[in-house]
Design a protein around this ligand. Sequence first.
Ligand SMILES: CC/C=C\C/C=C\C/C=C\C/C=C\C/C=C\C/C=C\C=C\C(=O)SCCNC(=O)CCNC(=O)[C@H](O)C(C)(C)COP(=O)(O)OP(=O)(O)OC[C@H]1O[C@@H](n2cnc3c(N)ncnc32)[C@H](O)[C@@H]1OP(=O)(O)O
Ligand SMILES: NC(=O)C1=CN([C@@H]2O[C@H](COP(=O)(O)OP(=O)(O)OC[C@H]3O[C@@H](n4cnc5c(N)ncnc54)[C@H](OP(=O)(O)O)[C@@H]3O)[C@@H](O)[C@H]2O)C=CC1
Length: 301
Amino acid sequence: MAEPQRKEEVLPEDVGTDDCLTSYTHIYSPDLLKDQVAFITGGGSGIGLRIADVFMRHGCDTVIASRNFDKLKEAAEKLSAATGRRCLPLCIDVRQPESIAAAVDETLKELGRIDVLINNAAGNFLCPATALSFNAFKTVMEIDTMGTFNTSKVVYEKWFKDHGGNIVNISATLGYKGQALQVHAGSAKAANDAMTRHLAVEWGPSGVRVNAVAPGPISGTEGYRRLGGPRGEAAGLFQTIPLQRAGNKTEMAHCTLFLASPASSYVTGAILVADGGSWLTSANDFSKLLGLWSSEKKREK
Ligand SMILES: CC/C=C\C/C=C\C/C=C\C/C=C\C/C=C\C/C=C\C=C\C(=O)SCCNC(=O)CCNC(=O)[C@H](O)C(C)(C)COP(=O)(O)OP(=O)(O)OC[C@H]1O[C@@H](n2cnc3c(N)ncnc32)[C@H](O)[C@@H]1OP(=O)(O)O
Ligand SMILES: NC(=O)C1=CN([C@@H]2O[C@H](COP(=O)(O)OP(=O)(O)OC[C@H]3O[C@@H](n4cnc5c(N)ncnc54)[C@H](OP(=O)(O)O)[C@@H]3O)[C@@H](O)[C@H]2O)C=CC1
């Protein structure tokens, strides 16, 4: 009988916080994004911060842009110290196109170009539809969906239209089968998947590729904490995921890097599902998720 195959190595996740990697082994060429500039929304924490870290280790300068400037400034200093590349922290609210326009102007003034846009900023929390206010639904749609459109349109008009470029949207597989307590985020991300395909068609002739990465649960992130990741693990919910575990931020950064790089030069309008197979089998056990939500609420009181 054949030897069972070695289990695939899990890429290292050496920190569970918003710190930079303390060590890194290249699996792509270190020059993959040499001298390019990436504009990363929500790049001051979680998956966005890891994307900045990994991109900079591949020769890229970055802009990390979100609402909290102090957080961004601290992250940018750490990123530059860890990688030796430039990282510009800029304040934006993706709901306000004027703030994005000012940041894009500043980027072009300081760094001279934009090659890659990563639409990663988002907001989410667990909430059943009956408890969700109209304004809560609208807020998540405005950040996740309109924010992605606003940023894409500003960057396209100010730079990509004449120079080409590469957009990667960070989606989520949570809506693919319908997930309890997530009607707001699932709807917003589904709209973003459609937007990815529409803009790929419209902007392809200008040399702009538009793709998305769709993560499942990713540990060491605010999203994971808010959506009950640690409690989900304890309740055994992840055993239904084919790869039997949550993903990590480095794995998401590597998927994003593939789509942002010439390695995927003939790929556009694609959604790269990176969820360990979660959505195919995922535990969408409403009573367990509702239990997580109720215990979270009790803890807040
Ligand atoms: C695919 C999974 C497969 C298998 C899984 C198997 C098992 C699952 C088990 C566990 C799950 C484990 C892991 C997670 C899995 C997947 C994660 C998927 C997606 C994650 C997506 C993310 O987006 S993560 C990003 C998280 N980070 C953030 O959210 C940071 C940014 N957030 C914010 O700024 C705020 O939270 C905000 C989004 C509310 C926006 O802030 P602001 O503009 O200031 O808005 P407010 O004025 O505060 O609020 C506006 C209205 O919203 C209401 N609100 C706010 N918070 C809540 C809440 N917690 N619950 C309900 N309603 C809320 C607020 O009251 C306002 O409404 P009013 O009517 O009162 O005005
Ligand atoms: N974590 C997970 O398990 C999963 C995450 N995802 C997706 O991955 C991405 C990153 O999530 P994660 O790392 O968990 O969460 P984080 O909370 O760390 O990242 C979200 C970022 O968005 C920024 N942001 C929020 N609102 C705005 C706004 N109005 N304007 C500008 N920036 C904003 C926040 O910064 P600031 O507060 O400074 O504005 C923050 O840095 C999101 O798109 C999320 O939907 C998808 C599936 C699973």
